[in-house]
Design a protein around this ligand. Structure first.
Ligand code: COA
Length: 316
């Protein structure tokens, strides 16, 4: 057995709070509609001048500090994102310079949309097994406001900005994260066209198929992770769901008969921050004392791709 433990977490959260009432001034919607259909009351948004890099740096410095590590000790740095400041250099390369990571640190970005952080954790586990330094810095970070169309009420009410970071350690005698990753190459239900179109590139989403997809794959993914680990639902201390829609989480909780107190989230204050959502919640749980040393969190992401990813992560 070999694998990862979580040593420290951090968050980078933009200053601007965008409430449902603020959005009701931009599109034909209401606080009542958004709250009942999604569970979201407000989300954070980068103010002009606030950057993806700043959010990443804040989150990464906190995580390193709480892990008690120096930047030179990091062997692998992976940033899960689909909204970096630049297409190249990667956000992870910018962190290499700004944090002072070693020049031989493996630094790159990864795009698996809202599953990105868990994909990045698995990637870090694999790479750290071979790396000379056994500490990894894994982030999920998004400035989704850059790709959000604030005239489309079907999407703009959902998304927010933020960054979450985790410092992990790989050891021979640590448990595997037993990751389960999947992808269903779907280019219709959820997409951001990107540079190909040459015009502002916004999120396009067909909400209902994505909703049905999530309710189908998340329980399957959880069951597969538990099977791989050889443990039961009762052995999990916390379920850290991607915060996409409270109704999706409620349906998963009901389907698997999960204890609600192990499934609390932050969607009401954060909205859907794609790859940042799982590490932002993980950080809140660790800092709030809801995930303690020796306890296990089952993290699950799902979204664009369409992708899904689940993994177990124990707090050292
Ligand atoms: N305010 C008010 N009305 C809205 C609205 C808004 N913000 N957004 C959509 N509506 C309207 C629609 O126009 C539609 O009106 P109509 O019946 O007159 O045509 C009605 O509400 C129902 O729309 P529908 O799309 O069926 O709503 P829904 O219950 O499916 O909720 C989502 C929409 C987007 C909240 C929901 O589908 C969802 O959360 N899907 C998953 C999205 C997701 O998680 N994506 C990210 C994955 S990582």
């Amino acid at each position: 057995m070999s694998g990862l433990k979580l040593l420290g977490t951090g968050s980078g959260v933009p200053s601007e709070i965008l409430t449902n009432d603020d959005l009701a001034k931009l599109v034909d919607t209401s606080d009542e509609w958004i709250t009942t259909r999604t569970g979201i009351s407000s989300r954070r948004r980068c103010a002009p001048g606030e950057t993806h890099t700043q959010l990443c740096l804040t989150a990464a410095r906190q995580a390193l500090d709480r892990a008690g590590l120096n930047p030179e000790q990091i062997g692998v740095c992976v940033v899960a994102t689909l909204t970096p400041d630049r297409l190249t250099p990667a956000a992870a390369c910018v962190l290499q310079k700004e944090l002072g990571l070693g020049e031989d640190t493996v630094c790159f970005d990864l795009n698996a949309a809202c599953s990105g952080f868990v994909y990045a954790l698995y990637t870090a586990q694999c790479l750290l097994a071979a790396a000379p330094r056994k500490y990894g810095l894994v982030l999920g970070a998004e400035v989704l406001s850059r790709v959000t169309d604030y005239t489309d009420r079907g999407t703009c009410v959902l998304f927010g900005d933020g960054a979450g970071a985790a410092v992990v350690e790989w050891r021979e005698d640590y448990p595997s994260i037993h990751a389960v990753l999947g992808c269903r190459g779907n280019t219709e239900s959820l997409l951001i066209p990107g540079v190909a179109v040459g015009v502002p590139s916004y999120i396009h989403m067909d909400g209902q198929p994505v909703f049905r997809f999530a309710v189908e794959v998340v329980p399957q993914c959880i069951t597969q992770v538990l099977d791989k680990a050889g443990i039961s639902l009762d052995d999990v201390d916390r379920f850290v769901f991607h915060q996409a829609n409270q109704r999706i989480i409620d349906m998963v909780v009901k389907k698997l008969k999960l204890p609600v107190e192990k499934c609390t989230g932050n969607i009401a204050r954060r909205g859907n921050t794609s790859a940042a959502s799982v590490p932002l919640l993980l950080d809140e749980l660790v800092r709030g004392g809801s995930l303690r040393s020796g306890q296990r969190a089952l993290c699950v992401g799902f979204g664009g791709g369409l992708t899904w990813a689940g993994a177990l992560l124990e707090l050292a």
